[in-house]
Write a protein that binds this ligand. Structure first.
Ligand code: NIG
Ligand code: FE
Length: 412
């Protein structure tokens, strides 16, 4: 099956090689005006300017005219929790009335609320609701996604979540990476016995997860009241012994030390980063660890946004992701993440597109397959509606500007 898209007003993020972008490089977004793109068997096989467009047309060719429209690589959402049993809008209302995220967590709400509901749900129920979320986000332009466990907090619950993610991987056209986040919170029965739960993660959960090959990464919520930097390091090292690289929840609610632990362990990414100081920024800038910013979580929790400009100016590699979850970011809309990053964090449109495509792909180690328009990569594409400029995408933040999304060469 061969598809040819012609007269593209602008083909965005065209590259010949893969490079993680840091600092000033994030603002460099290579594009081709008045371009063509050829897809064969779900892969990008050729692209360039219409001036040098090859005229040999095969009979099986489907031609699409994209005059006035842009084509971008589909979004790479490198941080989500989309396997969950129920939404939590009652806590949303409690927060409007004055309770904080920490207040709600302390009275057994938050993650523990989701864990109770998840342990009561069947694997099939969880699969079917997560599948709907995958379909939802794919129509919003997401073509690759990382999904975490962490609402089980029991051996059965964590394995159930990871098996659901495995089924999603097998059945979805999206590229999916799985992260084991058993260390998301201490379950009620281990409230006074933290070491007991850490032992359960290390001695019981991890061996079974490794045996069934259920995870690609290990994550820990490194935060005051959750897991300390020392506990984070112990759990990550145990995961690393099974080949799981760390991707850590760091510096969300406080200066947790999570960024420095992640850098020390060579984590693929440290994620959130709402609360950063000069030391944490310097540590990240001097490392190959990606800082993944989750602005919709800051927005939803009414927290200060991540210091994107300071991070970029220091030379950090930045990715953007949704954190789609029922407690702190009930949205998987990468278009909104991009708009919010421009509006609230003063990132440039070029920077957000790089951070949401190629750097997001790096944050899932999928840079050889997706994240840019490059020969040999999967045809995961966003075809926009007719828009005046690229900056119009984050500018018109409430409009639906996507005409169609292609995943692996098929329109979704
Ligand atoms: O990434 N911060 C920790 N975990 C999630 C929130 C999970 C929840 O509240 O259910 C997050 O924001
Ligand atoms: Fe998260």
């Amino acid at each position: 099956m061969r598809i040819e898209i012609v007269n593209i007003k602008k083909l965005i993020n065209t590259r010949n090689e893969n490079k993680l972008l840091r600092g000033k490089e994030l603002a460099e977004l290579p594009c081709i005006e008045n371009a063509y793109l050829i897809i064969e068997d779900g892969m990008i096989v050729d692209f360039g300017s219409m001036d040098v467009h090859p005229s040999s047309l095969s009979t099986s060719l489907t031609t699409i005219d994209a005059s006035d429209k842009f084509i971008l690589p589909a979004w790479c959402d490198s941080h989500t929790h989309i396997v969950f049993a129920a939404s939590r809008e009652e806590e949303f209302v409690d927060k409007i009335k004055g309770l904080s995220y920490a207040d709600i967590a302390a009275r057994g709400g938050g993650i523990l609320n989701s864990a109770r509901k998840l342990n009561d749900a069947s694997e099939d129920e969880l699969f079917s609701s997560a599948w709907k979320r995958i379909i939802e986000v794919s129509k919003l332009g997401t073509g690759a996604i990382e999904i975490k466990s962490g609402y089980g907090l029991s051996i059965e619950g964590e394995l159930k979540m990871l098996r659901v993610i495995k089924r999603l991987k097998e059945q979805s056209k999206l590229l999916i990476k799985a992260t084991f986040l058993g260390a998301h919170s201490f379950p009620v029965e281990y409230k006074e016995n933290h070491q007991g739960y850490i032992d359960l993660i290390i001695n019981e959960m991890l061996p079974e997860i490794a045996k069934e090959k259920l995870a690609d990464y290990i994550d820990v919520f490194c935060e005051t009241g959750f897991f300390s930097p020392e506990e984070t390091e112990t759990i990550c090292r145990a995961g690393m012994n099974y080949g799981l690289k760390p991707k850590i929840h760091a510096n969300q609610l406080s200066l947790s030390g999570g960024t420095q632990v992640g850098v020390k362990l060579g984590a693929v990414s440290v994620d959130h980063l709402e609360t950063m100081d000069d030391d944490a920024i310097a540590a990240l800038a001097s490392s190959n660890t990606i800082g993944t910013l989750l602005p919709t979580a800051a927005f939803f929790l009414r927290m200060p946004f991540q210091p994107a400009r300071a991070l970029i100016d220091a030379g950090c590699a930045i990715a953007l992701a949704t954190d789609y979850n029922p407690g702190s970011s009930p949205s998987g809309n990468m278009n909104l993440v991009n708009a919010m990053s421009c509006i609230q964090m003063k990132m440039l449109p070029e920077e957000v597109i790089n951070a949401s495509t190629i750097n997001g792909a790096f944050a899932m180690e999928l840079e050889n397959e997706v994240g840019s328009i490059m020969v040999g990569k999967k045809a995961n594409l966003i075809l926009t509606k007719s828009i005046p400029s690229l900056a119009y995408l984050p500018y018109a933040f409430g409009s639906d500007l996507i005409d169609r999304v292609m995943i692996g060469g098929e329109w979704v």
